[in-house]
Design a binder for this molecule. Structure first.
Ligand SMILES: *Cc1c(COP(=O)(O)O)cnc(C)c1O
Length: 223
């Protein structure tokens, strides 16, 4: 029932500390439901698929803040850079260089988060924690002008073991603090920690999240 969207949003907002940004993850959901969320005051929307975000963007109000949260291939960067505000899952220099190139073309600075692989699960995506330091070092040397590295993003293991989830978020927080100290001490824009989804956002917020990405708790289960 779409009429539940407003209720779910309000409930989440009421529980969320003010410094934590709520991103409504609308992948696979129709624009009508997104507009309902927008009308209830929700401005940040997260999408995982390039085709879908490009189809939806012209149908949403201009004030919508677009977050691309899925895995992004370099050859598709050009389609989203004209309008996207945030790219959450950056995990290669090749991708960063392409975002830089397209950002320059469009005259737009894109907020990027580096995805770290914190879960104890096999995945092709995300920078390994032990490689993050060297990765950030190389990225800083690229002197990118149209990419703004805003922080880190991660996904905890899909498990109901809360202590495990907590320890993974805690690791990401630690990596964030270390990176900030080592590479971004003079920057006031390396501020974001994107962690927490419908099942684990409370733990994420306790461990220092500044952006939570919530889909099913707002729009209902995806089919
Ligand atoms: C789908 C997705 C979410 C939202 O998941 P829910 O469990 O529905 O809240 C958050 N982050 C990423 C990267 C996703 O792909």
């Amino acid at each position: 029932m779409t009429s539940d969207i407003r209720y779910h949003l309000k409930k989440l907002k009421d529980e969320l500390p003010e410094h934590v940004r709520l991103i409504a993850v609308s992948k696979t959901k129709p624009v009508e439901q997104m507009l309902e969320a927008f009308d209830a005051g929700q401005k940040d929307f997260g999408e995982n698929y390039v085709q879908e975000i490009c189809d939806k963007q012209p149908l949403m109000p201009a004030e919508t803040e677009w977050h691309f949260i899925g895995h992004l291939q370099s050859n598709k960067v050009k389609y989203i850079v004209p309008f996207v505000h945030w790219i959450h899952a950056v995990d290669s220099e090749k991708l960063l260089e392409e975002i830089e190139k397209q950002g320059k073309k469009q005259g737009r600075i894109i907020n990027c988060l580096l995805q770290v692989h914190i879960a104890d699960e096999v995945s092709k995506f995300g920078i390994a924690p032990q490689e993050l330091h060297a990765f950030v070092d190389r990225v800083c040397n690229l002197r990118l002008q149209f990419v703004r590295i805003r922080g880190l993003m991660g996904m905890a293991s899909f498990t109901d073991n809360e202590e495990k989830v907590r320890s993974e978020f805690r690791l990401l927080r630690k990596l964030f603090e270390e990176s900030k100290k080592e590479f971004f001490a003079n920057s006031d824009t390396f501020t974001e920690l994107s962690m927490g989804m419908s099942g684990d956002w409370k733990i994420a917020v306790e461990e220092g999240s500044t952006m939570i990405r919530i889909g099913s708790s707002i729009f209902g289960a995806r089919t």
